[in-house]
Write a protein that binds this ligand. Structure first.
Ligand SMILES: Nc1nc2c(ncn2[C@@H]2O[C@H](COP(=O)(O)OP(=O)(O)OP(=O)(O)O)[C@@H](O)[C@H]2O)c(=O)[nH]1
Ligand SMILES: [Mg+2]
Length: 523
């Protein structure tokens, strides 16, 4: 699962055109392990490596069976590459007690000018440390059969990095003629990355590529870090050692940046982990409370599902004025929100916004995503929102449907919404096409176009999940009658001596409430 963009998604410091982003399409059939290599100043490659395992689960160091180093370079001179990698290799082992060198002082000066503390940014009300990131894409022979093209996949990675609080300052890629996963980027590319690290003050390098255990080991050795973002917490006690060690690589005979800096770094990690945990916990609690409250209400629940950035939150806001965060950013919505939609004809349904789907799902979002999935399975109707203006709309539809097909939701009725018709070259043509298909409605969530049609279509589809009842409602139960009108589809009412005879489709939960009256009616 993974995510996409206009330049407004990107930070002000760069634009889409700054990014040279040919990219290898992620292959859903394989595990992708982007490696984050962190270098903390323009001059000191204080680096650690971490792996973000895509998909569910968390990789642990024990899961990685190391084999002999197996970096093979392609096209370039292997010796050359080895030399470049060697520059990052550990050197001295006991430089900790030595006086700070001029390079350390210069680095500190740069960091203070850079406003280290200023780089804690507030995002969605939470404090994150904004790191400068550089992306490295690798396309292997055979990758091209993937539905998502290189550029799109790379853009998604930009958005993911952005969402993760990183500032993407540049990127590069390399095409490898061999599908062999043991073949890795050549020395020229390594040199290019190295010079970018220095020139752009890059702190995090993200490789989006499948890495063999050998490569992993090599990178781990080369860059000195233990591996895994998901393992940050696990690594915490070992960071002091690791970063001191990396310090030595940076300057040779220099003293490390000192305990203070190391403590700051650890604090950053702890903060990030803590924020994440709290956030996911609150998602869960929130969802549970909402669900419990909702179950007592007979109004049908409609869930908006769809690829990230499709416009789900915008649609919810338009229909309900909910003020739900809608942003041109990956996973703007983490905490699903439910609002009551009241139609002009008095009908009601509950509309739930959900976390967007993506072809690759970052580990840190998995928990939130699961909360959403639980939500989906309890809906009366799934509305699949599609950004029809997106060049890869069909691939995004396929990605979402694939996820849905893996869930236990096949019996829930579905409605597809083609959103952002205002952005397509020929809206009329698109609308015509939608009209020819069953269960597709064209809308612009942004300007409100087609929303009435949407609500009507929702009502029609909800019928599929309702049950047919005939009930005699006593006159003193007038509130039941108005609820039937609100949440159900009334076909006919008839006033009799004993009450009002109603024939209607109503949500199952509500039908149960009517059971005694149905019996009256039948007898
Ligand atoms: N032009 C246009 N832009 C739209 C429309 N609907 C949404 N957008 C824009 O698309 C971007 C994404 O919208 P969101 O509503 O945040 O998308 P989402 O599906 O909730 O995304 P996630 O929460 O990340 O899954 C925002 O910049 C919206 O303003 C539309 O109908 N037309
Ligand atoms: Mg959203």
């Amino acid at each position: 699962m993974t995510t996409c963009f206009s330049s407004s998604l990107l930070r002000p410091s760069f634009t889409t055109t700054d990014l040279c982003f040919p990219w290898h399409p992620p292959n859903p059939s394989r595990k992708i392990y982007p490696i984050f290599l962190r270098n903390d100043s323009n001059h000191s490659p204080r680096i650690f490596a971490r792996v973000l395992q895509q998909g569910t689960g968390v990789v642990s160091p024990d899961d990685v069976s190391f084999q002999p180093p197996a970096i093979q370079t392609e096209g370039d001179d292997k010796e050359d590459a080895r030399r470049i990698f060697d520059e990052f290799a550990p050197i001295d082992t006991d430089s900790e007690d030595k006086a700070p060198s001029s390079s350390t002082r210069a680095r500190k000066k740069i960091e203070s000018e850079d406003g280290f503390e200023n780089r804690f940014k507030l995002r969605n009300g939470k404090e994150v440390f904004e790191e400068k990131a550089y992306l490295v894409g690798v396309e292997r022979k055979g990758d091209t059969e993937n539905a998502f093209g290189i550029e799109e996949s790379l853009k998604e990675l930009v958005q993911l990095a952005d969402t993760a609080g990183l500032m993407v300052v540049g990127s590069t890629y390399q095409k490898l003629a061999s599908p062999n996963p043991r073949t890795y980027i050549g020395s020229g590319k390594v040199a290019e990355i190295k010079s970018a690290i220095h020139a752009l003050g890059v702190e995090t390098v993200i490789f989006d590529d499948e890495l063999s255990a050998g490569q992993l080991r090599n990178l781990e050795k080369t860059f000195g870090g233990d591996v895994a973002l998901a393992q940050m917490e696990y690594q915490l006690p070992r960071l002091t050692k690791m970063w001191t060690h990396l310090e030595r690589q940076a300057g040779g005979k220099v003293k490390g940046m000192g305990e203070k800096q190391i403590e700051v770094d650890k604090r950053i990690l702890r903060t990030q982990i803590g924020v994440l945990k709290k956030e996911l916990e609150s998602v869960r609690t929130h969802r549970k409370q909402y669900r419990n409250r909702r179950i007592s209400v007979p109004v049908p629940v409609v869930s908006l599902v769809g690829y990230t950035n499709a416009g789900k939150s915008t649609l919810l806001n338009q229909l309900t004025g909910a003020g739900v965060l809608a942003e041109d950013k990956l996973f703007a919505t983490l905490d699903p929100t439910t609002r009551r939609v009241q139609m002009k004809n008095g009908k009601e349904f509950l509309l739930t916004d959900t976390v967007g789907f993506i072809q690759k799902l970052p580990t840190m979002l998995v928990a939130a995503f699961r909360a959403t999935l639980e939500e989906i399975s309890e809906s009366s109707l799934l509305v699949h929102v599609v950004d029809i203006s997106h060049p890869l709309a069909q691939q995004q539809i396929d990605a979402v449907e694939k996820v849905l097909s893996e869930l236990d939701v096949s019996l829930i009725p579905k409605l597809m919404v083609w959103n952002k018709v205002d952005r397509v070259a020929n809206p009329e043509k698109v609308k015509l096409k939608a009209n020819k298909e069953d269960d597709i409605v064209c809308i612009s969530a942004l300007n409100g176009d087609g929303l009435l049609d949407f609500c009507n279509a929702v009502q029609e589809k909800l019928k599929d999940s309702m049950v047919w009842v005939e009930a005699l409602i006593p006159f003193d139960k007038g509130e039941l009658l108005s609820t039937i009108h609100q949440v159900g589809m009334v076909e006919r009412t008839e006033y009799t001596e004993n009450g009002t005879l109603v024939r209607a489709h109503v949500p199952l939960r509500f039908a149960r409430l009517l059971t005694p009256m149905r019996q009256v009616c039948i007898t």
